[in-house]
Design a protein around this ligand. Sequence first.
Ligand code: UT7
Length: 327
Amino acid sequence: MPRAAITGLGAHLPDYILTNAELEKLVDTTNDWIIERTGIRERRILKEGATSDMGAKAVTDLCQRRGISPDEIDLLICATVTPDMLFPSTAGIISHKAGAKRAWGYDVEAACGGFLFSLVTAAQFIETGRHKKVVVVGADKMSSIVDYTDRNTCILFGDAAAAVLLEPTDDPLGLIDYVSYVDGSGAPHLHMKAGGSLKPPSVDTVLAREHFIYQDGKPVFKAAVVGMADATAEIMARNGLTGETVDYLVPHQANNRIIEATRERMGLAPERVMVNIHRYGNTTGATIPLCLHDWEPQLKTGHNLVLAAFGGGFTWGAAYVKWAYGS
Ligand code: UT7
């Protein structure tokens, strides 16, 4: 059975930088509080356009850097919680905009667990031998659902897209193992109240500001610390990995304190954790591929990577990936 190896990366970051100083003018917060409690210094904001515009640019970047034509892509999966529209899928729009004419595809909605869930889903199509080139793009315009009058949430999120290409390999590289979990009892703590079938949009829902992210931070924080560390410990134990043999932890970037708790549980040195939350905030579907993109020059064939995420749902999990290129 072939394994699914990550063989290329692409990303797109909007130009506009929203700093903590600008947020200080919008809500009752301080730069010091944000840095101390989250690690975030700035995030990118897409002023014009939609999630698919960032996603298509990330896919174009990936194709150019990998030296492939977009119409070689067989399947494109988009992890997003901010689709252009409720339907049709953003994956289809991205394929159209990026010129991936042969690709079929669909969206995966698993909030901050979305990229990880999409990655392990995409890998199945490679492992069965059915497809040769599968793209997973994590793309979110979080600013479209952030309430910039709510200091509990508006400091956390940013906009971005990043993509990975999966191709088959007969070497012992690529996605080796994963654990994935979902627990719907977490929904009350992190959700959007209106706009779905439960509470369709109305004048009242708009006036009540129910089309924005609602988060009760504390219970989410507690569950994230336990969930991400437990999933990581499980994947390490199952694969005989230790703090010495893991080259990089690639964590979802929600809060630096959650990342630190996972790192400590793994017994991993700080320099072996990919952290870019200070520059981008929480970009939901894009965080993990954006880390891979930023660390790509340091990655070498055979490196042991543990990817880990926790998000709304709750959704969480971890994946063991052996890096497949770079020397
Ligand atoms: O990726 C999806 C999953 N999401 C996450 O993993 C996020 C998990 N949660 C968190 O990261 C943290 O809970 C937050 C960063 C959202 C909040 O940090 P916290 O340390 O849990 O703070 P808190 O909610 O317990 O609030 C502490 C205090 C409160 O004031 P009182 O009640 O103690 O007087 C808040 O009102 O901090 C206040 N506060 C703020 N103060 C200044 C909340 N937000 C702010 C703010 N600036 N932006």
